[in-house]
Design a protein around this ligand. Structure first.
Ligand SMILES: Nc1ncnc2c1ncn2[C@@H]1O[C@H](COP(=O)(O)OP(=O)(O)O[C@H]2O[C@H](CO)[C@@H](O)[C@H](O)[C@H]2O)[C@@H](O)[C@H]1O
Length: 491
């Protein structure tokens, strides 16, 4: 009996380690929540590789930003990569997160150790040398992928994310390195467009500057290079995967994306949220399904923190990058009526200066009913999900969206435009409210349905229960990624 158990166990371990030996994935990203994030990509990059670790040997590659070096001043350096055209030489460091995830760091201090975000300076201007910065990241990924870096570990699959790493699949192609790649599009609207005269500086062959290559309406597009050369394209929800093949959502790339879809090389895989978003792990006091008194107390703390009046009315929240995509202008238009109807609104995030200014002005006009904090603090955001009754998300397009999932986890019902991942993660009338077409009348009609529901605590609590018990597991998504790694010949 013991022998048999040992045998079965050994077999399982053998199978698992065989799998791990087969799948060696390099996951390339420009942000990760462990060190620096500007939005959803940073959260996905922290969560997905950790879930995939159970299925394969996945390691992350990212630039050596100031925040990374501050935490690892004496990081181990494993390799040096030479300069190429206008791309400076760099080295590859290695750090390991406490939970075991291995991160390779592209060290090139002249490019990455600066104040500001990964993409912009402290005044919100794009870094002038973003093309060099992210071409350097991409070329390092290609060199590691091709086994040219001298690292002791070589991947057999490279997983890219958005335009900052998309050029990797181009470099692999131009250097004749045969390794499958996947590009995940988190947002098609950010394409990494640069002047074509930069080709030489970036070590891109002149012949690649054509429609069947990196050219996009006379400019050089990093994202298009990824879509053109990667073995497989994914995006972060099924609905968005369909939408981006249409002229309305395709940002000029819909023709190529339609072709990839016809070839079976475009898939939608929904993001998940990880276990750390269970309310009992996030809120100071656990928020259990049905513990509405605790939710009310949290709402009072949110009101206090934003300087709002004590109220029994509905509390609406926005936790978002404050950009055109997110429909901030619609919120600005709807806000006066929302306040007239007895609602209060709290907003946090940062983004385009005109939206930040207009929101601050709105708060000045309604000091007891609208509160705005420009900036981002995770604990504040979490408390807003936990305390609010409704989350507003009138995004014009939304590849997946994470905030609406966090909100549901805390019984805050999203009121959202029926598009992309919002359509795939919110059940209209069950866990939130969806409206068709990002216009003020349809947005307000959905808000009205929310207000009607708020008036009936039986209906409100039923919807909260449904929202809180919905599953948004990363496990299922990780299995789908693994399937594509295998399908594309990883290992
Ligand atoms: N100023 C700020 N600084 C730091 N964090 C902030 C922030 N403002 C908001 N956040 C946080 O970042 C997350 C935003 O994620 P979203 O998925 O909603 O949008 P984003 O457009 O960034 O991501 C894109 O990529 C993700 C991941 O694939 C897709 O879900 C999404 O649709 C797509 O637009 C939320 O958790 C929010 O709390």
């Amino acid at each position: 009996m013991t022998a048999l158990t040992d045998e079965v166990l050994a077999d399982e371990i053998r199978q698992l380690s065989d799998q791990a030996a087969q799948g060696r994935i390099l996951y390339v990203t420009s942000e990760i929540e462990d060190y620096v994030k500007t939005g959803g990509l940073g959260e996905v990059s922290a969560a997905l590789p950790r879930t995939l670790l159970k299925l394969c040997d996945i390691r992350v590659l990212l630039p050596g930003y100031r925040e990374v070096l501050a935490r690892h001043p004496a990081m181990e350096i494993l390799a040096h990569l030479p300069a190429a055209a206008g791309l400076p030489a760099c080295s590859i460091g290695r750090v390991q997160a406490p939970d075991g995830l291995i991160l390779y760091i592209v060290r090139c201090d002249e490019l990455y150790t600066r104040d500001g975000t990964p993409y912009q300076d402290s005044e919100g201007r794009d870094w002038q040398d973003n093309d060099i910065r992210f071409a350097r990241l991409s070329l390092a990924a290609a060199e590691i992928g091709g086994g040219l870096s001298g690292l002791e570990w070589t991947p057999n699959f490279v997983h890219l994310n958005d335009w900052p790493s998309a050029l990797t699949s181009g470099y692999l192609n131009w250097r004749g390195i045969n390794i499958p790649t996947m590009l995940t599009i988190h947002n098609l609207a950010y394409q990494g467009l640069f002047d074509y005269q930069r080709l030489r500086t970036l070590d891109i062959p002149q012949e690649a500057f054509q429609v069947e290559g990196v050219e996009f309406y006379g400019r050089l597009s990093f994202l298009k290079a990824g879509i053109f050369y990667a073995s497989h394209i994914t995006t972060v929800s099924s609905t968005y995967a369909e939408e981006i093949t249409s002229p309305e959502f395709g940002c000029g790339l819909d023709g190529l994306l339609r072709k990839r879809a016809q070839e079976g090389r475009l898939s939608g895989i929904l993001n998940g949220i990880d276990e750390s978003w269970e309310p009992k792990q996030r809120a100071g006091k656990p928020l259990r399904v049905g513990d509405w008194a605790s939710k009310r107390r949290t709402a009072s703390r949110v009101r206090q923190s934003f300087g709002l009046a004590v109220s029994e009315g509905p509390l609406f929240a926005i936790v978002s990058r404050l950009v055109h995509q997110k429909g901030v202008d619609l919120v600005l238009e709807a806000a006066d009526r929302l306040v007239e109807q007895g609602g209060q609104l709290v907003v946090t995030g940062r983004g385009e200066p005109q939206f930040e200014a207009a929101l601050k002005e709105l708060a000045t006009r309604h000091p007891k009913h609208v509160g705005v904090k420009i900036g981002f603090q995770q604990h504040e955001a979490t408390r807003m999900f936990a305390g609010s009754d409704f989350l507003l998300m009138p995004s014009r397009f939304e590849p997946c969206g994470l905030s609406q999932m966090y909100a549901q986890r805390f019984g805050s019902l999203p009121i959202a435009h029926k598009t992309g991942g919002l359509a795939d993660t919110i059940e209209d009338g069950q866990t939130g409210f969806l409206f068709a077409g990002p216009t003020l009348p349809s947005f307000f009609e959905a808000i009205k349905r929310g207000l009607d529901t708020f008036a009936s605590s039986r209906r409100l609590n039923k919807m909260r229960r449904q929202a809180m018990t919905r599953s948004f597991s990363w496990q299922q998504s990780a299995l789908r990624y693994q399937e594509i790694y295998n399908m594309e010949g990883c290992g």
